[in-house]
Design a protein around this ligand. Structure first.
Ligand code: ADP
Length: 593
């Protein structure tokens, strides 16, 4: 459909209707005026012939010349009217404007024929004699001899036509004036209408562009004002709804952002359509980089992609642990399910990612620990069992042998006891640390170290001379004295155990960079660098055979580490193979008094 402007759509038809009305009015008025003039002229001519008829009767009696003279006479006295007298046979007897002899027979002229037949005749036609349109009126006249004559009067229609033209011109002028006025008013009105519609359009476009703050001016036209008000209402409602949607989106985003779990949404083409901060962090990307890319590209793991694809076609919830990337030690627990819109049609799939690396590591540690404990316990138990069976099945004849066997059994039982005691100490430590049951009291460190030395001197006086103590009496820390004592004892026992007899061992404490350092230094064989990172693990030993031979459980340093951690500190080791080791318990410092 061809589109038109409001102006051309309203103004042009209006002008066309106006023009048609004007033409119709002109035609109707013209016809009426013309009929009126024609009737008036006819009546005048009838009057003239009625007045002239008695004179013709007299002139007819006086002969043809008199008739011709009468016609001329009548023609002179009434300007513009032509008089003709026609005999019964059609001959022209006289004419006011022409010579009768030159005129042809008039019997067949309709008005003449009617008059000669005894009735008044009338005709409006083109005169070949005068070469113009004439109105003829003829009446029958009976002369003195009883002969029938026709007396005809004619008048030119030129005047009538001129009057008609004038009428038409006046109507046309008036019409033109009315038309122009209508055109101007129509133009002004439709322009203001089109401007109002233009303003509506501009407002609607602003709304469509998202600018819902503005309001449309209410026009003076009822319909346009109604549209403007309706659009303003619409903008209001739209604004409110948008605000609600924005708020809900903000809330949803806040929930997603604060979630620890990663959330990744993909569409049916496996492209990422959204992910939260945790999701982006777990996959090592950003939402700007991930959105619009395929899950294959973003997830970088075939298992993750496979799970997403299964969730896209299936209806059940899937769950799998996935190790991210080659060489990565990050494990994700991925739960995948279909993503549906409010109407229940599938939009894609939703992946929930949970970092289970720590859980997995703990699980591995637990398994290793159980295996280690079993192994550590198995060795002495096997040995005890073996000797007991020997004593029962083949009792040694020699008393000394029996005594030796029982001595071995006692050593292995002691070993079992040490292991179990250390394990219990560790587990108690862990339990107390988890439950916050380890009480720390600010106090001096020197008395703790002195007690360790006193205890050593009581148990093994021959060793105590190797040990030197160097600790400032005023150095303080928040400590649990019995635990710290146990930790330092473990370190001191190791130093004495693993360094050659007679070599010095120093224990001391000092403040360093705001931290309290409790150190045990020996001049033993030292420890190779590759062992240092794992030295504090449970059951880790540099030399297993030597440790066992020395009655070690492999748990001493693990206990030290846990005690240091229970104090909010840590345990450390520095060692130079060949020249000795330094074990340190580092505690958060307090001010010295
Ligand atoms: P163990 O009961 O075997 O002594 P620890 O946990 O106390 O267990 O120590 C772990 C290992 O660290 C020991 O087996 C030993 O190899 C090494 N170690 C500990 N202290 C020293 C030290 N002062 N000098 C050399 N090696 C040490």
């Amino acid at each position: 459909m061809r589109r038109r402007t409001l102006l051309s759509a309203t103004l042009l038809p209006l002008l066309a209707i106006l023009l048609a009305t004007l033409l119709l009015v002109t035609a109707l008025t013209g016809r009426t005026v013309r009929g009126f003039i024609l009737a008036d002229t006819t009546a005048r001519l009838e009057e003239l012939v009625a007045v002239a008829a008695p004179r013709l009767v007299a002139a007819a009696g006086a002969g043809p010349e008199a008739v011709a003279d009468l016609c001329r006479d009548l023609g002179v006295s009434t300007t513009g009217v032509r008089f003709t007298v026609v005999a019964a046979d059609g001959r022209v007897l006289g004419d006011s404007h022409d010579r009768p002899a030159r005129m042809d027979n008039h019997r067949d002229r309709p008005e003449v024929a009617a008059a000669l037949d005894g009735a008044p005749g009338r005709s409006l036609r083109f005169s070949s004699t005068r070469a113009e349109r004439l109105l003829y009126v003829a009446v029958p006249v009976t002369d003195a001899d009883g002969g029938r004559l026709a007396l005809r009067a004619a008048v030119s229609m030129a005047r009538l036509d001129a009057e008609m033209r004038m009428v038409y011109r006046e109507i046309a002028l008036a019409g033109l004036a009315v038309g122009m006025l209508a055109a101007v008013i129509g133009y002004v009105r439709s322009r203001s209408l089109s401007r109002a519609v233009g303003r509506l359009q501009a407002g609607a476009e602003a709304f469509a562009a998202g600018d819902l703050g503005g309001r449309l001016a209410v026009a003076d036209t009822i319909e346009i004002a109604a549209v403007a008000e309706a659009m303003n209402r619409m903008a209001n409602q739209l604004g409110e709804r948008l605000a609600t949607v924005e708020q809900q989106r903000g809330e949803l985003e806040a929930v997603l952002t604060s979630m620890v779990e990663g959330v990744v949404a993909i569409d049916r083409e496996e492209n990422v359509i959204g992910l939260n901060a945790a999701g982006a962090q777990l996959l090592g990307t950003t939402s700007a980089r991930a959105i619009g890319r395929s899950i294959q590209e973003v997830g970088r793991h075939p298992d993750l992609t496979r799970l997403a694809q299964q969730a896209l076609v299936g209806s059940s919830r899937l769950e799998r642990d996935v190790q991210l990337g080659p060489g990565s030690d990050t494990w994700l627990q991925v739960r995948a399910s279909g993503l549906y819109d409010a109407g229940g049609s599938r939009l894609g799939a939703l992946l929930m990612l949970n970092n289970v690396t720590r859980l997995r590591r703990l699980e591995t540690m637990r398994r290793d620990f159980v295996a280690n404990v079993s192994h550590e316990l198995k060795t002495p138990i096997t040995s005890i069992k073996g000797f007991v069976e020997t004593i029962i099945d083949e009792p040694p004849a020699d008393e000394a042998d029996l005594h030796r066997f029982l001595e071995i059994i006692r050593r292995q039982a002691d070993r079992l006891d040490s292991i179990i005691t250390d394990l219990l100490a560790l587990s108690r430590l862990e339990q107390d640390a988890d439950g916050g049951g380890i009480e720390l009291v600010p106090g001096p460190l020197a008395p703790v170290l002195e007690r360790v030395l006193r205890d050593l001197a009581a148990r093994r006086p021959e060793q105590s001379s190797r040990v030197k103590l160097d600790c400032a009496g005023d150095l303080q820390a928040a400590i649990n004295a019995p635990l710290l004592e146990q930790a330092v004892t473990n370190l001191l026992e190791n130093a004495l155990k693993y360094s050659p007899p007679g070599t010095p061992v120093a224990i001391g404490c000092r403040l360093d960079g705001g931290q309290v350092r409790v150190e045990v230094v020996d001049a033993g064989p030292g420890i190779a660098a590759e062992h240092l990172p794992r030295l504090f693990e449970r059951f880790y030993r540099v030399d297993k055979a030597r440790s066992r031979q020395m009655g070690g459980t492999g748990l001493g340093l693990a206990i030290v580490k846990h005690i240091a951690q229970a104090h909010g500190g840590r345990a450390d080791v520095a060692s130079v193979p060949g020249s000795g080791s330094t074990f340190t318990i580092i505690l958060p410092g307090t001010e010295t008094r």
